[in-house]
Design a protein around this ligand. Structure first.
Ligand SMILES: [Zn+2]
Ligand SMILES: [Zn+2]
Length: 339
């Protein structure tokens, strides 16, 4: 039994119920620290109501909305990187009240030494690593683009955004050549990219291709990009400047641009009404499997995203001899009801 193996490693995984009595797609980890005290870290979760006992920390891996920083940022127990905090403040127009660290720093959380390692998923995205009282090495990755800097661990808590090996859309590689060709072909061009994460990746890639001109963006995307990237170069507003315009806008805003702008979406999804160029913020399923093999955990717990992919990836790992469970198999509930 894999959940028994987790208990033997001194790790209790808990789910949370929502007000309707069903489960939130969130996970919390309970363990003992070196002093023998029970600690609970909630991972990428919304806040627990104030009348209930609070976790020792709300770990926020990055500022994508499905990781619930919008809620957790309002707790003094929130923990994330400075860039994630800045992105949350810009995106949600609220003050981040938790604690912050630089990517790569160690943080002390109630006496637990937590290390941070980059996942390269978005600016500021971090994994969290700590050891419990019996020396179990626990690593929480959030979403991952590049696992090369992650440390080996005993319990890996990770994602499966593209974790279904049977689904062709879960197999991809970044198509940098197509993006470069689209950028330098004649006439104005627009790339559809989400305002946080993909838009900054698009700017980094274009600067890497040698494009030094203005990149036109909506105001909040511009603010995020300036704040996230050290060297974003010239960023401008959406008003058209001429024949050589380059735009980065949300995919659903591409249709607001003039007809003569060539439009692409930077995505591995196939359901957009524009040509897509495969540029992802994630590992594909082969990359995820390679990451798990390299980190060599005793148990891999797949918690993200919602839907069936965590269970599909987890079953795949089990089928190749790697012990894994997915969030839907966890029966323990973070008990708020009796307080
Ligand atoms: Zn994400
Ligand atoms: Zn995610």
């Amino acid at each position: 039994m894999i959940s028994k193996k987790l208990i033997d490693l001194g790790v209790l995984a808990l789910r949370q119920r929502n007000s309707r009595g069903t489960f939130k797609p969130h996970i919390s980890i309970r363990f003992r620290d070196d002093s023998g005290d029970l600690r609970t870290f909630s991972i990428d979760t919304t806040r627990t109501l104030g009348k209930h006992p609070q976790p020792d920390a709300y770990l926020i891996t990055h500022a994508h909305s499905d990781h619930n920083g919008k809620s957790a940022m309002l707790s003094p127990r929130a923990v994330c990187t400075e860039k994630t905090a800045a992105a949350l403040e810009i995106r949600h127009d609220k003050k981040y009240v938790g604690s912050m660290c630089s990517l790569g720093d160690d943080i002390d959380i109630e006496g637990v030494r937590v290390k941070t390692y980059p996942t390269e998923h978005t600016a500021g995205a971090t994994s969290f690593y700590w050891e419990n009282d019996v020396g179990t090495r626990i690593l929480v990755t959030g979403d991952v683009k590049d696992a090369s800097k992650l440390p080996p661990c005993d319990v890996l808590i990770t994602e499966a955004n593209y974790g279904d090996p049977e689904d062709p859309s879960c197999h991809f590689a970044d198509d940098l050549d197509s993006m470069k060709c689209a950028l330098f072909e004649s006439g104005p061009v627009a790339f559809g990219a989400y305002e946080f994460g993909k838009a900054q990746r698009a700017v980094e890639l274009m600067r890497g291709f040698g494009y030094n001109g203005a990149i036109r963006m909506e105001a909040r995307t511009r603010a995020l990009t300036r704040s996230m990237l050290e060297d974003a170069g010239e960023l401008a507003g959406l008003e058209s400047g001429g024949e050589d315009d380059v735009f980065v806008v949300a995919p659903w805003d591409l249709n607001k641009l003039p007809w003569n702008v060539k439009k692409y979406v930077l995505s591995c999804r196939a359901d957009y009404p524009y040509p897509t160029i495969k540029i992802s913020d994630h590992l594909d399923v082969c990359g995820l499997e390679t990451m798990v093999r390299k980190l060599d955990p005793e148990v891999t717990l797949v918690y993200h995203p919602g839907g069936h992919r965590p269970s599909k990836f987890s079953k795949h790992l089990n089928s190749i001899g790697i012990d894994s469970i997915s969030i839907d198999q966890i029966g323990n509930v973070l008990s708020n009801e009796f307080i």
